[in-house]
Design a protein around this ligand. Sequence first.
Ligand SMILES: Cc1cc2nc3c(=O)[nH]c(=O)nc-3n(C[C@H](O)[C@H](O)[C@H](O)COP(=O)(O)OP(=O)(O)OC[C@H]3O[C@@H](n4cnc5c(N)ncnc54)[C@H](O)[C@@H]3O)c2cc1C
Length: 386
Amino acid sequence: ARGYFYRSNGRQIDKELGAKVWALFKEIEAEVETGHPWPNEGDKTLFTMRDYYVVRLQENLKKFPAAERTDIIAIFNCCSNYLRFHWGVEIANIPLELCSMAPEIEGGDVLIPRGTRSLVNAIISRFRCEERLNIEKQATSISWGDDLVEIRCSSGDIYRAKCVVVTVSLGYLKEHHRNLFQPSLPHEKIEAIHGLDFGLVDKIFLHYDRPFWSSEVGFGSVKLAWDDDEAVITDPKSQWYKRIFSFDDVYFNPSCLCVWISCNEAYHMEHLSEEDISETCTGLLRQFLGDPSIPKPSKVIWSTWGTNQHTLGSYSCPRMQSDASHFSSLAEPLTDSNGRLRVLFAGEATHTMYHSTMHGARESGVREATRLLQNFGVDTSTHQTS
Ligand SMILES: Cc1cc2nc3c(=O)[nH]c(=O)nc-3n(C[C@H](O)[C@H](O)[C@H](O)COP(=O)(O)OP(=O)(O)OC[C@H]3O[C@@H](n4cnc5c(N)ncnc54)[C@H](O)[C@@H]3O)c2cc1C
């Protein structure tokens, strides 16, 4: 892992031990993602991701000297927050059985220096379609019949088309599908919408006038390893900060730190003032780095994916009520009484393998574009999809 683990008493956990335990954690993560032996006999559908990590941690703990075990448990508490931000939800609510449906793609992370907006801009300029783009318009109803689809917007604009591809988030569908679609969605689609979870992950950016760390060395990543008793959250509203995984330095911005936070606690964070967030984050840095002189940031900005009315969360995730078929049910297009395609669905939550990711969202768009081209008799073998 980039950076190091720190305990709440301001002590840095031995670097070698930290690296060893992180490697063990990543091994277990790979087991979860690629299929795994069941912890014991019984109903497989009842095992959660958390159960699996607890069992594997207990098995491995015995292999370490007793003096290191409290540190190892603290690192695993930190890793639990890593998993929560990776999946966007409480790991005790994720069925182990469905975890292997979402493997990591090879090749590691790709950094987009000018942000994801630059990807959209590149597509716009490549296809010279700016004049046909209508952004900042909220669709309030999508009605379809045997002739066409009609989309009404809050601006009063009405668009009519043969087909429509809907890519609103699963969070938006959960909240609005009843009013959005006329006629209403089929039963299987509604079941899938409610059967899947839509998690929450946020980023907090702490901007400093000057980095308080040495810019040559960089800041790396400070990972918060709470003790077992401290890690328990009794009141998510006041203890939101316990869902923070790490404080990381930011590529291309040398005087900024990025804080990762997830789940219900991120939702509470979104409602706080800049001063509250600044104070709590500074308190945590001072406590875990054991340095009371760490300054407050000059500015704090944070994402609000949970309260943003057009996302209502960050990305999809299976939950205990989920069925493996829910992702594909979401992708199923709706046809009119003549069997003609009318309403199609794309977006990360419609991808059976790479849901919750940008590549999943992109592939789902390519899938539906291909479906439309084939529907209109275009030879898709000559169309480039990459
Ligand atoms: C903090 C964070 C970090 C992430 N990190 C990564 C990462 O490192 N790698 C990765 O692969 N993925 C990452 N993701 C996930 C990735 O961003 C999403 O999976 C992806 O953006 C989903 O794309 P989408 O098109 O399905 O949905 P969205 O990007 O949510 O697009 C849906 C669009 O629909 C619009 N909309 C909603 N309602 C309406 C309406 N009524 N009318 C008109 N428009 C509407 C919304 O405004 C939005 O623009 C991250 C997500 C978050 C929140």
